[in-house]
Design a protein around this ligand. Structure first.
Ligand code: 13P
Length: 253
């Protein structure tokens, strides 16, 4: 059985004070909860403060990006060692917003995935098609290319650490969720592809999150699908009650 994983991607939201408040509210309900892996990914400016709030709890910390470099003259970048110093365990890589606005390529994302794994950080590798690509019928091709590119050189044994997030771009922040059936179909496709890339054991072990307008009202149905192992949550993660509602749905799924 794969343990469900619910991660909040706070994106470019929350001051330090607001981040501490939200983490504190979640601590009141979920500090000792172990049925589901819960991960908070605040912006870098709040990482240290949130780390202090959730330390000694079951809530884990994630980052929204990481450099593939170890350190040095890379203005504006954050290295793995800086994240590990703050007890960050997970790192979101290849989010569609970074692919689109910063122009991150599969090759760059792959270097980050390999670096994260080498340094014992768990990558959350994001993939997903745009509305245009879905309508053109190239959805599977797009997702396959992102996965083959992003996962090059990943050892089969690493798939227990790695998380994949399927985030259809047309469902992100739009209020349009993929139906449970649509999402399950792509998740099953991704798991089959991992089987081809890394073998049956890896395919069975890898956790695949759904992301895109997940909220308490639709979480149970999505998380009840056989190949949906969690959620990567944007908007609904900014509020303790709605994020908590999704965690509750995951623990009952
Ligand atoms: P929303 O939940 O706001 O649609 O965002 C999803 C997402 O991009 C999480 O990484």
């Amino acid at each position: 059985m794969r343990k469900k994983i619910i991660a909040g991607n706070w994106k470019m939201n929350k001051t330090v004070e607001e981040a501490v408040e939200l983490a504190g509210e979640l601590m009141r309900g979920y500090a000792e909860q172990t049925a589901v892996d819960v991960v908070l990914c605040p912006p870098f400016t709040s990482t240290k403060a949130v780390s202090d709030v959730v330390s000694e709890s079951q809530i884990r910390l994630g980052a929204q990006n990481m450099s593939a470099e170890d350190g040095g003259a890379f203005t504006g970048e954050i290295a793995h060692g800086m994240l590990k110093e703050l007890f960050v365990r997970y790192v979101i890589l290849g989010h569609s917003e970074r692919r689109e606005y910063v122009g991150e390529t599969d090759g760059e994302i792959n270097r980050k995935v390999l670096k994260a794994l080498e340094k014992q950080l768990r990558p959350i590798l994001c993939v997903g098609e745009t509305l245009e690509q879905r309508e053109a019928g190239t959805m599977e091709q797009v997702v396959e290319q992102q996965l083959r590119g992003g996962l090059q050189g990943v050892e089969p044994s690493a798939y227990t650490e790695l998380v994949i997030a399927y985030e259809p771009v047309w469902a992100i922040g739009t209020g349009k969720t993929a139906s449970a059936e649509q999402a399950q179909e792509v998740h099953a496709f991704i798991r089959k592809l991992i089987g081809e890339l890394a073998g049956a054991e890896a395919a069975n072990a890898v956790r695949i999150q759904y992301g895109g307008s997940m909220k308490p009202a639709n979480a149970a149905e999505l998380l009840g699908q056989p190949d949906i192992d969690g959620g990567l949550i944007g908007g609904a993660a900014l509020d303790a009650a709605s994020f908590g509602g999704i965690i509750d749905a995951a623990s009952e799924a």
